[in-house]
Design a protein around this ligand. Structure first.
Ligand code: FDA
Length: 396
């Protein structure tokens, strides 16, 4: 008889959810993590308020809002475990929350409330939680798996790998899930940091540096994909939700374009200004609509001195182009050091979408960020973690 029915590697969002569900089914569960405390990323998420789901993270929106080599893969789990089901859990627990924007639900109080809810539910489901333990070699046996945990061996019928992606190694992120997947013959797609600030070469950075700390609403585009949200200038480059979102689509060598007046027609606005305030400089006109330092920089880039009343239509078009299609070429990103998630991961072709079990290795499951499913910013990644963990918890 194995020591446990289910061993879960990783006491993060997906692992705890899988453990709770398997435990509720009467399975003897062990959750192992090398960190001292469970749910560390939940604790720091959403600026300490945990954006625990997004009301739009349903399977109907899944193909748009989750990136994967197979965008249909996530739909099954997302339809079986919906945002409403997690919201119900949070409500029952008496955790107060609010919708911030774009369907994003945040706790009113500290994110640790979500961690406590999950660890309490885990214990109530009878699961053992071993933290501060290293995971060593894993071997397949006739009736399951043999796992080295700390100095001892434990055996289990099912093994759920929920050790996340590579983002924020300082918090204990490792590539363990990918190593285990490869060990058992599964394919791992290329991985890269996502939901991450973008950086610039020194020349371009010199130009942007005076704007460090400035934030403005903008549409940031890469190809046909665009996000309208805050754009933040930093000492290293660009950040803010619109940049984090586009970073999941951007690739080295590509440019992004920035529309600093979303929903407006800059040319119309400039023509109006030419009529109404012909003696103003273009920089002054822009500073009435944009943060002053930003308007100043745009004025410097445009380099068209004189009063707007003297500007030809062609000149106004050039200004409008600069304001609504500002083209910037990042050189890279801040990398896994600050990335909220890892794009790519365990190839979904090797996994069953309903249970998250490896098709070729009965009893071996992969859930959460480790899998090649990456959500948009705004609660989508936790919803994926809850849904995939829940799905494995029904089957492991
Ligand atoms: P997760 O990373 O949560 O858990 C993996 C666990 O495995 C960890 O406890 C880790 O210690 C353990 N582990 C790793 N390697 C191991 C090893 N070798 N041995 C043993 N244990 C090991 N998403 C969202 O929807 N809303 C939000 O507000 C935020 N905010 C946010 C802020 C910041 C700063 C970050 C970095 C990320 C977010 N995210 C987010 C993303 C979200 O945190 C992420 O998608 C989920 O935590 C993924 O859940 P998992 O359970 O898959 O991995």
């Amino acid at each position: 008889m194995p020591d446990f029915d289910v061993i879960i590697l990783g006491a993060g969002a997906a692992g705890m959810m899988a453990g709770i569900e398997a435990g509720k089914r009467g399975r003897k569960v062990l959750v192992v993590d090398h960190a001292r405390d469970p749910g560390e990323k939940i604790r720091i998420s959403g600026g300490g308020r945990c954006n625990f789901t997004n009301v739009n993270a349903t399977h109907t929106a899944g193909r748009d809002r989750f990136l994967s080599n197979n965008p249909r893969f996530a739909l099954s789990a997302l339809s079986r475990y919906t945002p409403d089901m997690f919201i119900e859990r949070v409500r029952k627990q008496g955790i107060a929350f609010h919708e911030k924007t774009l369907g994003q639900l945040f706790c009113d109080g500290p994110a640790t409330q979500i961690v406590s809810m999950l660890t309490n539910d885990l214990r109530a489901a009878g699961a053992a939680i071993w933290t501060g333990r290293q995971v060593g070699s894993i071997e397949k046996t006739d009736d399951g798996f043999d796992v080295m945990v700390g100095d001892g061996r434990v055996t289990t019928s099912s093994l759920v790998v929920a050790t996340g992606g590579k983002s924020i190694p300082k918090m204990g992120a490792t590539g363990l899930a990918y190593d285990i997947a490869r060990q058992f013959g599964l394919t791992v797609t290329d991985t890269r940091p996502a939901l991450v600030p973008l950086t610039f070469e020194p020349g371009a950075l010199e130009l942007l540096k005076p704007l460090a700390g400035v934030s403005t609403n903008a549409i940031v585009r890469h190809g046909k994909t665009g996000f309208e949200e805050a754009l933040l200038f930093t000492h290293r480059g660009l950040s803010g939700p619109s940049i984090l979102q586009i970073s999941s689509y951007w690739r080295e060598g590509d440019a992004i374009t920035v529309d600093l007046l979303p929903g407006q027609d800059a040319l119309d606005m400039l023509r109006e200004a030419r009529k109404a305030t012909p003696r103003l400089h273009v920089q002054t006109v822009l500073s009435e609509r944009l943060p002053k330092r930003l308007a100043q920089l745009l004025g410097d880039i445009i380099d068209m001195p004189g009063m707007i009343g003297d500007f030809s239509d062609r000149k106004l078009m050039a200004v409008a182009e600069q304001v609504q299609r500002w083209t910037l070429k990042p050189v890279g990103s801040e990398g896994y050091r600050t990335a909220e998630v890892t794009l790519g991961g365990i190839d979904t072709t090797g996994l069953d979408a309903k249970t998250m079990m490896a098709r070729s290795v009965p009893g071996l499951f992969f859930v959460g960020e480790a899998v090649d499913v990456t959500g948009w910013l705004g609660g989508y990644n936790f919803q994926w973690a809850w849904a995939s963990g829940w799905s494995a918890g029904q089957a492991a």
